[in-house]
Each structure stands twice: as C-alpha cells, then as structure tokens.
Design a protein around this ligand. Structure first.
Ligand SMILES: NC(=O)c1ccc[n+]([C@@H]2O[C@H](COP(=O)([O-])OP(=O)(O)OC[C@H]3O[C@@H](n4cnc5c(N)ncnc54)[C@H](OP(=O)(O)O)[C@@H]3O)[C@@H](O)[C@H]2O)c1
Length: 345
C-alpha cells in the first residue's frame, strides 16, 4: 500500500505553557488549534506509524492545548494524547511484530498526535487490542482505565473498605464504581447533578452525595462515621474537596489526581496533618508507568481489557465528531456532558 505524504490534523498554534488557569472548559478551539495539513510522520527506531481509527478527548487534552498541563506544547505538532488505530509501518523487531495489528496508544512522538489521520508512537508503549474490544473502549483504554485500576490499589492498601470519589460521573468515576462493587468496597461518590445519581448507583456506587444538597454536610459526616473511608480520590481540588478531607477520619489520604476546578482551596484544619496523621499527595499515571514493572503493566492491561470484553466496563460515548468538523463541533459536543466525546478521522 502506498502511503500518502500528507494528512489532516488538528495542529497546535502555540508553544510551551500558557499563563492562564481556566481548567478544561472550552468555548472555542480557535485560540489553540488549526485544522490543517501536516506531513505524515515517519517512525524512527523502535517506533510505529498508526492509522488512527478513533481518538478520545480527555480533560488532559483540553488543559494541554491551552498550555495548562504538566508538559509543554510544541507549536505545529498535532494535538491529542490517546486513541486506537492500525499499525501500518514500523522500525525494529517489536514494531514489525505489531504491523497489521489494532493497538491502543497514549503519548505520541516526533511532533505527532492522536487528533490526526496518522500518528507515530513508541512500539513499546502500544497495547495490542483483543478483537472483541470495541473501538470506543480501546480509544480510551490506556489513560482512564489504567488510572482507575492503579488508583484502586491505593484504596486496597488503605485497609478501609470504603473511599470517597469526587467528580464521580466522570469516565474514571464510572469505572471506579464498578470496581468498588465487584470487589466489595463502598464508594462514596460526590457529584454536582442529581440527575446522575441513579445511574451511578446502577454502575456500583454504594453512596451518592450531591454537592448542592442542603443536607450534604450532615450526610457526609454520617458516612464518615459508618464507613470510615481512609482515601479521598479527588480530581476537583476545590473547597468542597478540602472540606471533605477535613471531615474524614484520622490517617486519611487526600490523593489529588486532577484539577477540574480553578478555585484555590483553603485547608481549614492544617493541624490534622500533625495530630491525625492525615496526608495530602498527588497521583499521575505517567509516574506509575515509569515505576511499575513490565509484568505489573502487562497484568494491568490484560485485566483492563478483560473487564471491557466481559461487559463489566463500558465507555459511555455521548458524541463522535469527525476530525474535519472538530473545530466547529467539538466545543458543543463537550458541553453535552455525562459521557466521552471521540474524534474520528
Ligand atoms: N493524574 C492522572 O494520572 C490522571 C489520569 C486520568 C485522568 N485524570 C483526571 O481525571 C479527571 C477525570 O477524567 P475523565 O476523563 O474521567 O473525565 P470526563 O469523563 O471528561 O468527566 C469530567 C467530569 O468532571 C466533572 N467536573 C468538571 N468540572 C468540575 C468541577 N469544577 N467540579 C466538580 N466536577 C467537575 C464533570 O462533572 P459534571 O458531570 O457535573 O459536569 C464530569 O463528570 C480529569 O481531571 C483528568 O485530568 C488524571
């Protein structure tokens, strides 16, 4: 098959970091991206060229294009961290083994990105996808499901059979709800919209608290007594999060893994860090990938794929936007809420 020399892509307009802290909300893509043409990237040693089938849109992508994420932008490169596609070329033994296979990927190289027709990634980071897995599940297979699986280990290590989870109707929250129920843990899910409560309970959350409920504090305090959660898994990091942490029992850990709210929280009870042995820390999947052994990674990937194939997990997609329409349609699609948005070349 002859490869084209150029491709369509959503291209970053700026370099480095931005000086805003506006979060993942997007009104328009114009300041950050152009829809345009790039050369088809060439795989270097140990790399593969993938024809993208579908790419996911995660909050991290949105922070990144604005220059608000933990790694700098490269002007002129394609955006998009994660997706699924077919390996069509590669350099090196493993790369050649992957040729013709459908793979999930996260983290492109050589100025390429997932929001494009073609992407180059390191062969070693590709995850061959079993036939029975849907593209919708495979496109978001690495970042959120692996994060859910590894953060659930933090809960298991806490020696409490419960945990608190904010932004619980996120894809990650939905995955955690299933893991909690299937392993006999009580998830105390915190959400903003009452309309999401019933579905979250169906997915496995034992308790669901709506932030705007006038009895929120009383209900939370009662759950702290009855369930004694020791871990707060938090992607919001605002005052609600800080107050939940203050209400938690001794030895509680506040694990911040996202910053969905732009508010800077105040820690009203810092003495708890001293006298109640409470701790505040961060979690970033990138560090887990650096730290975990190859065996641990393979076992995690296999467990994650099996959960999707068995139907224990499913990616709830609210919209699929064509790459060529993304500049116009993506911001509106993201406002639909309650599920993932995908981009399809
Ligand atoms: N550290 C890591 O390694 C790592 C890995 C994966 C993901 N993450 C983080 O995990 C988080 C969830 O990712 P996802 O892909 O699962 O998200 P998602 O499916 O896109 O859902 C986003 C959720 O965030 C909620 N939200 C947005 N702004 C909020 C605010 N100010 N207060 C409370 N809730 C808010 C939304 O709630 P509504 O439904 O009420 O609108 C929605 O449920 C993100 O912050 C992402 O960056 C971190």
């Amino acid at each position: 098959m002859t490869l084209p020399t150029s491709m369509n892509a959503l291209i970053l307009k700026e370099d480095g970091f931005g000086n805003t802290r506006t979060g993942s909300a997007i009104e328009t893509l114009e300041p950050y991206l152009d829809y345009g043409i790039l050369p088809v990237p060439k795989p270097g040693p140990g790399e593969v060229l993938i024809r993208v089938r579908m790419a996911s849109v995660n909050p991290s992508d949105l922070y990144f294009i604005k220059g608000e994420y933990g790694q700098p932008r490269v002007k002129g490169a394609a955006a998009g961290f994660e997706g699924v596609g077919d390996v069509i070329d590669g350099n090196g033994l493993f790369a050649r083994y992957l040729k013709g296979k459908r793979v999930a990927f996260a983290g492109a190289v050589n100025g390429s990105g997932a929001w494009a027709e073609y992407v180059v990634v390191q062969a070693a980071t590709c995850v061959p996808v079993k036939k029975a897995m849907r593209d919708e599940d495979a496109a978001g297979h690495v970042v959120n499901p692996v994060t859910a699986w590894t953060m659930f280990d933090i809960v298991k290590q806490s020696k409490s059979k419960s945990f608190v989870f904010t932004a619980a109707f996120s894809q990650l929250g939905k995955l955690m709800a299933g893991l909690a129920r299937d392993n006999g843990y009580a998830m105390i899910a915190i959400i903003r919209k009452q309309s999401q409560e019933a579905h979250l309970r169906e997915l496995g959350a034992k308790h669901v608290l709506v932030q705007s409920d006038p009895d929120f504090d009383t209900k939370l305090a009662a759950l702290m007594k009855s369930e004694k959660p020791r871990v707060l898994l938090d992607a919001v990091a605002n005052q609600v999060s800080a107050d939940i942490f203050s209400a938690m029992p001794a030895r509680a850990r506040w694990v911040v893994y996202g910053k969905l709210d732009t508010e800077a929280p105040a820690l009203n009870e810092p003495g708890q860090l001293i006298f109640m042995n409470k701790k505040i820390e961060g979690f970033w999947l990138v560090n887990w990938f650096k730290r975990a052994s190859m065996l641990e990674k393979l076992m995690t990937i296999r467990a994650v794929q099996n959960r999707f194939i068995s139907g224990a997990w499913s990616t709830e997609v609210v919209a699929t936007v064509k790459l060529e329409d993304a500049m116009r349609e993506l911001p509106e699609a993201l406002k639909l809420g309650d599920g993932k948005v995908m981009i399809k070349p």
